[in-house]
Ligand binder design. Sequence first.
Ligand code: NAD
Length: 493
Amino acid sequence: MIHYSLLIGGKKVDTGETYDVISPGTGEVIATVAKGSPAEVDAAVAAAEAAFENSGWRDTPMHERAAVIERAAAALEARGEEISMLSARENGTPVRLAQGLSVGFPVAHMRYYADLARKYVQDHPTMVAGTVVGMIRREPIGVVAGIVPWNFPLLLAVWKSIPAIAAGNSIVLKVDEKTPATGLILAELLRESGLPDGVFNIITGDGPEVGGYLTAHPRVRKVSFTGSTATGRTVMRNAADNVKQVTLELGGKGANIVLADADLDLAVDGSLWAFLVHAGQACESGTRLYVHKDIYGDFVKRLVARAEGLTVGDPTDPGTDIGPLMNCSQYDRVTGFVAGAIAAGATVAFQAPLPDSLHPDGQWVAPTVFTDVTADMSIATDEIFGPVVSVIEFDDVDAVIAAANASEYGLSAGVWTTDYARATEIANRLQAGTVWINDWHNLPGPLPFGGVKQSGFGREMGPHAIEEFTNEKSICIDYSGREARAAWGLMFS
Ligand code: NAD
């Protein structure tokens, strides 16, 4: 049986207690991982702090930091097949999709961050007034905590750790105990690529106990958290005690708007992609599908016809389109929403038949399309995190924008139309951190990702990704050397 240890100060650490890592497609225990406690948080924070002070990483020239990140990206890419299969087994990402989500995006984003690091200018001379010169210096924050969920464990580990270390910080990353493997591989590859021990530490542990302790830790100066909105609130409260900086990437309920002039072939497939990627277990999914009344009937027919062609099955099989949900609590949550919607009067326009060949211990939930959904139903308001979409008819563009914006979430939204000027106007009015026009789930490195409202704040990727992990320092120099010019002349008579 494979066993994963924690990584603290460059050393593998076991604790005497373990979690089982269970494959969602089969229910099999595929590995064990050491279970961390507050004692390991203390050790990891101490190791990170020591590395921050003494390893020299924070003073390593940016081009050398970039080279370490690039070497690790190449090593990750070389292990792409293994990592895709690991994702399929560990969190049920269909292996074909995992090539993009679990390898392609992480590698591309690491290269983007490396490129940013290479061009990064730490000191900006900024003003001259007489004999006074100002300089803005960007400095690393210190020990940073990253906390990630199970749905995209490697991608999110990259988003937390790479810009943090590119900026010269040390990080303690709490991975989800259900998906520990790929974060550990990332940390190992960075070590092998030249990252000093202690700069990147990995722990696990029960969320409220260990995550809570980490986010309240007095030596941690920033928390970058991805997870649910409910946990995000707790993280923010815990971080307040020593006034930590916080970045929160939280839940979503993406509004996906299809105008009457949309290219229907594109919009139908794109809308399926929007809510079905990773069986809907993506924060930025498009799960409120607003379709203009002129095309509504035709659109729903086409959507169902295309959905019928998708294969639910073993995530390790390259022929599989939709895999299982993560675990039984996800299964209960999603099937509970489906049952609740039926009881509330929504119509099941499509529910994929689940093939008999599915493993009996897998967490299978049929992709489901609901119509006759009203704005007050929980499937229209709550994040389901499963393969379920609500199709809602609209007539008036202003009204649909108001409906889209009525959510407390604001992570993602989308518009399908052949009129790009109109699409841009609508995009400008949608309250979301990302708006896709004729696309979904595309996450290019140069575009910042994050939410508004209760989907969180702070951004990952984009041109300011490294700055998110720095403090600005103002340095003010008077090079006149003359007392007569100094402001304290105002004090002395
Ligand atoms: P979750 O909030 O339950 O857990 C996320 C992480 O936080 C886990 O590692 C967990 O152990 C830890 N945690 C739990 N309680 C904690 C506490 N009190 N203090 C600190 N850490 C704690 O979320 P989940 O159900 O595992 O993940 C799914 C959620 O993540 C969804 O809501 C989804 O929308 C969100 N998500 C957001 C993004 C984004 O970028 N906005 C990306 C992926 C997932």
